[in-house]
Design a protein around this ligand. Sequence first.
Ligand code: HEM
Length: 460
Amino acid sequence: MSKTLPKLKQHPLQQGFTWIAEPIKYMETAVKDYPDLFLANVVGEGGPIVFVHHPEGVQKILTGDGFIATGKSHLLRPILGNNSILGLEGDRHVKRRKLLLPPFHGERMKAYGQLICDLTRQIFEQFTPNQVFTARTACQDISMQVILEAVYGLNDRSQKLRQLVSEIAEIFQSPLNVSLLFIEWLQKDLGPWSPWGRFLRQREAVDSAIYKEIEVRKANPDVSREDILSLLISAKDEAGNSLTLPELRDELMALTFAGHETTAISMSWALYWIHHLPEVKRKLLAEIATLGKSPDPVEIAKLPYLNAVCKEALRIYPVGMLTLPRVVQKKTEVLGYELEPGQLVAGCIYLLHQREDIYPDAKLFKPERFLKRQFSPYEFIPFGGGQRACVGQALAQFEMKLAIATILTNYDLALADNKPELPKRGGARLAPARGVQMVFNGKRNKSGLLKNSTLEQLVA
Ligand code: HEM
């Protein structure tokens, strides 16, 4: 006989408040009573939603045929609109994924390798000795430029877009403004100085820059262009129809938004851990040195310890706390609990990644765990999985590795103070509360890098 779904006891208002203001506290309190799943009654997620954090349950909801990936309850809808991949369902969603996946994989993605290394150098060359900087901002400069190159092909107009998109992202850094995304009735235009009014005006400016770009491209078709906007403009469905203007606009916004903040936050967490734990930095430098003076980006991306450090950074504080929601289609059982049709469910990435039975000493940063063991795609899910798995995961990991290797080999950095960096909600994401404050000590003397370390020495 199946069991009744466990519910959190607190009033929905209290749950909603804690989930918005202190999501880690919310999840860690709940998991004490409900180690595998629970029904959360929180605003902004589209209704009561089951958080699942047991690998078997996660596999079932992400890949089982009784679940569909809904596009309905997406928190960022006011920014991204209704017509991007994130808002689509069923057949339309499958077709859009088919269109978007190739440019983020294989040869096309490798073409961004040199660009990532060059951009990273460009940004770090601007720092002067003893300058204190925020790692998240520096990483955001890198990831924004990379996504603009991939999506639009860099040009002067996309630089203007960069500014405008950053300003929108900035609005939702404050917890007060984040609550506007969660609570629809607060979304009122009370003039240009009110947070929502400011957002609407900013959105209008972004929209008009995007529409202008589309207009210019349509008027000057160029078959040699390989950016995603060109691909989307030329795409046709079986009936020969092209994407409409709102569809193009929403897709460009979705990729720009989904693609830059997530990667930047993950990179800044990695930089934090590397500089917080001298042994990790030492091992990384030794491994990178094995590639010689001017390593090929593809070779950098294959380094096992670098890969393990990036994975551990994505595990310990995943940028996305939840996968996108799925909806139960027919009465079904998950981990012995019966779920009714219409019930929303999501993989709770944070709690899954904190399970002691999968990750012993889960609160500690230990990259070696990824060298010693292969985790299943339902034990390690920073990019979700199944029908809605992250489209940009290969690019994001490639970018993290190349940027980190470039930074470490060329520049000597340190954390600006000894205060621990803690995770805090920033928009829909979990981000370092202080953005990781660092000091630029100067350029690194390459001959000082450690050489000749074996993988066994690195794991030890
Ligand atoms: C470290 C960086 C990133 C992280 C941690 C991340 C995480 C995620 C997660 C958790 C999901 C939901 C998956 C699910 O529900 O199963 C997702 C979806 C998505 N991500 Fe990422 N992402 C990252 C980078 C990127 C980049 C660089 C792009 C764009 C190029 C991107 C584009 C998308 C899109 C379009 C979706 C929706 C897919 C769909 O609806 O089918 N992401 N991502």
